[in-house]
Design a protein around this ligand. Structure first.
Ligand code: SF4
Length: 99
């Protein structure tokens, strides 16, 4: 079997994830950003609001949201948007006419 030849080395992984070093949620309990099973009503609204307050102060919010949209993250709050909000955003993007 012939040896594989790498034409180009992949970029350092840390470079793509460097923004996470500045994440406003680094020292926050991750469960704030992901809903537990069967969470409904006021409990859910309160958790979402608390997570969004953290995101609202985050200096890498744009990068976080871009990552979530690009990678198709289906769960959790990313870039200050919930799963449902990201889904609506993707649908709106698809409906937008190409200029
Ligand atoms: S935008 Fe929110 S979820 Fe994303 S890194 Fe910042 S604090 Fe964390």
């Amino acid at each position: 079997m012939p040896a594989l030849k790498l034409l180009k080395l992949p970029p350092p992984v840390a470079e793509s994830w460097e923004w996470q070093m500045h994440a406003g949620c680094r020292d926050v309990d991750g469960s704030l950003f992901f809903h537990p099973d069967n969470e409904r009503g006021e409990a859910r609204e309160n958790r979402l609001a608390a997570a969004k307050r953290v995101c609202g102060q985050c200096v890498v919010r744009t990068q976080c949201l871009e990552y979530a949209l690009d990678s198709g993250e289906r769960h959790g709050i990313w870039g200050g948007l919930s799963e449902d909000e990201r889904t609506r955003m993707r649908r709106a993007e698809r409906r937008r006419p190409i200029s």
